[in-house]
Every structure is written in structure tokens, then in C-alpha cells.
Design a protein around this ligand. Structure first.
Ligand code: AKB
Length: 316
């Protein structure tokens, strides 16, 4: 049976770019998403279905030799708060089912399958902290943060069970801050204000901001996001029981971003209309992350100057 990589949520920001990266290094991919992709790539086997379809997920593991899984299908923080039951079904129940399938596949076939899970800074809380390390207080207050934490723990538990016998699941995860792309404008998240604001400034449109000017959060660009995922998944072994890593390139406040954009695009205008659904979430997430662990394991480098970081994103 030919080896395939399974990507869920391939139409999303991270899913679509990871898919392209994997194809560029010659991998064969099965891509599962609830919607059709904007453009279909000939060599990819697309499946249009929901991650909640247990029967389908089981059949994928019966029909193919799945060598790696990248599991991006999820509801983001704001969408999850608006729809907690769906968030439970997709972010938690379906993720557990997928992890179980990978684990059982490994046991049946006497192999170990790498599993990538995109976690989030949403696992931190309840208080805002600076320079958060992976082992810092993780008592999330949001549905989304809890979903992510439960899957981190579930994946790590099955990893632990697998590793001694070297069969089952090899779980790897990154806690992402806000991700900024140069060509897509995301929605449904709390950190999405930043790419949305950049997009408005570029188009000369006014931006209505739901967060207060002093709100500070960590961010990463899409290129470093994708290379971090690939670098982490390419590590032969990770000598650590703790399977999650922080990454960030820069940390800045809403005001710092809007001042930077006003300098670059003089017609840019911003209005503040604080929304407690957004503010109360951002107030529990760290203002910056400690990335020493990612640096140690795959030489992750963090861009310290936020203006240099933003300049690169805008000029891309
Ligand atoms: C969100 O804001 O929900 C996401 C995240 C940081 O997990 N971008």
C-alpha cells in the first residue's frame, strides 16, 4: 500500500500552505475538508466530508497506509464561543477519534505514525503573562482553550503509551500565537484583528477594532509557521515527554500595530469599538512567549523587532 499523508482542514490558512509545502517535497497527500478547495491539485486525493464522520475516518485508515497526519480542522476561538456544542464535536470529540485511529493503525501495522496538532496560546490563562513558557500556568477560561488543552493532553497520553513499544502514535504540537499571512485574511479568531487591520490599511479602508489599544499579543508570520511545522515533524526523535512548543516572531500591542500602519499608509484610519467577547479572551492570553524550547529542538529563531517583522509581512 502506498504511503500517504493525511491533512484535515486543507482549505484553511495553515492547511492549504502545509499541503503545498508537502507536495513541493514530493509527498502524496489525502486532503479532507468540509468544502471543496478553491483550486484542485491533480496529484492530491481530495475528500469532501466532515471530520465528525467517524466511519469515513476509519475507512481512510483501512484503505491507505497513513504515514503522517496534520490535523487542522477546527473552530477558532470566537467561532467556538459562539457555538460551544459544535466546538466540542469538532475540536474535541473528532480530534480524539482521529488520534485513536492513528494509534490503532500503528498497533495493527506495527509502526509509529507522526501526528501534528496545532494548539494555541489559548491554553494559557487565566491571567495575562509575559514571556510564557510551555510549563506556565495553563488554566484556560475559553471553550476553545479547553478544547486545545484536552487534545494536547490526550495526544501526549497516547504518545506516552506508544513510545515504550515504538508502535502507535508520535504526537507533536505547537502552541500558535496569531498567524499573519500576506495573502489571506482570516476570521473567527481573536488574534485575527491584526491581519484584518493590515488588510484594511493596504486597501485604504477604515478599520473598526474590537480590542483596546493597549492589548498586547504574540504573532508569527505564515512562512515561519509552516517551516516550524515541517521542521518539528522532520525531527527524528524528540527527547521530551512534554510534546508542545511555543513559537512567536514578534509581540506588539494594537496601538503599536496601528501606529506602524498609519506611518506606512497615511490614509489609514482606525476606530475603537471594544467588544467584551474579544477583549475578555485577549486579556487571558500571554502578551509574549518564551521560545527557548523550539530554539533548542529545531533552531527556531524569533524576530525581536516588531517593526522589522511587520515590514517583511507587508512587503511580501
Ligand atoms: C484565535 O485567535 O482563535 C487563533 C489562535 C491564537 O488560536 N488565531
Amino acid at each position: 500500500m502506498k504511503e500517504r499523508i493525511l491533512i484535515t482542514g486543507n482549505n484553511g490558512e495553515l492547511g492549504s500552505k502545509t499541503l503545498k509545502k508537502l507536495l513541493s517535497i514530493g509527498k502524496s497527500v489525502i486532503a479532507l475538508d468540509i468544502n471543496d478547495p478553491k483550486e484542485k491539485i491533480h496529484s492530491v486525493k481530495y475528500i469532501k466530508d466532515t471530520i465528525t464522520n467517524k466511519q469515513l475516518i476509519n475507512s481512510i485508515f483501512n484503505d491507505y497506509h497513513i504515514s503522517e497526519v496534520y490535523h487542522f480542522a477546527a473552530l477558532l476561538s470566537q467561532s467556538a464561543s459562539q457555538n460551544p456544542e459544535l466546538a466540542f464535536e469538532i475540536n474535541e470529540k473528532s480530534s480524539k477519534n482521529l488520534i485513536d485511529c492513528v494509534y490503532n493503525f500503528g498497533i495493527r501495522n506495527n509502526c509509529i505514525t507522526r501526528f501534528f496538532f496545532p494548539s494555541s496560546i489559548a491554553v494559557y490563562g487565566p491571567r495575562k503573562i509575559k514571556n510564557a513558557s510551555e510549563q506556565d500556568i495553563i488554566k484556560p477560561t475559553t471553550i476553545y482553550g479547553n478544547n486545545k488543552l484536552i487534545i494536547e493532553q490526550y495526544g501526549s497520553k497516547l504518545h506516552e503509551k506508544s513510545i515504550s513499544k515504538k508502535i502507535g502514535l508520535d504526537f507533536r504540537s505547537i502552541r500558535f500565537p496569531g498567524v499573519i499571512s500576506y495573502d489571506t485574511v482570516p476570521s473567527g479568531g481573536t488574534t485575527d484583528y491584526a491581519p484584518q487591520m493590515i488588510n484594511c490599511a493596504k486597501k485604504g479602508e477604515k478599520f473598526e477594532c474590537k480590542l483596546s489599544p493597549k492589548t498586547k499579543l504574540p504573532f508569527i508570520g505564515i512562512d515561519q509557521t509552516i517551516s516550524s511545522i515541517i521542521d518539528l515533524m522532520n525531527l527524528e526523535i524528540i527527547e521530551s515527554k512534554f510534546r508542545v512548543f511555543n513559537v512567536q516572531e514578534a509581540s506588539f500591542s494594537v496601538k503599536e500595530l496601528s501606529d506602524f500602519l498609519s506611518k506606512k499608509f497615511p490614509s489609514f484610519q482606525i476606530a475603537y469599538n471594544e467588544d467584551k467577547n474579544f477583549q475578555s479572551v485577549a486579556d487571558t492570553w500571554p502578551s509574549s512567549l518564551n521560545c527557548k524550547k523550539a530554539n533548542k529542538f529545531w533552531n527556531f529563531t524569533t524576530e525581536k523587532d516588531f517593526e522589522v517583522f511587520l515590514e517583511k509581512i507587508i512587503n511580501k
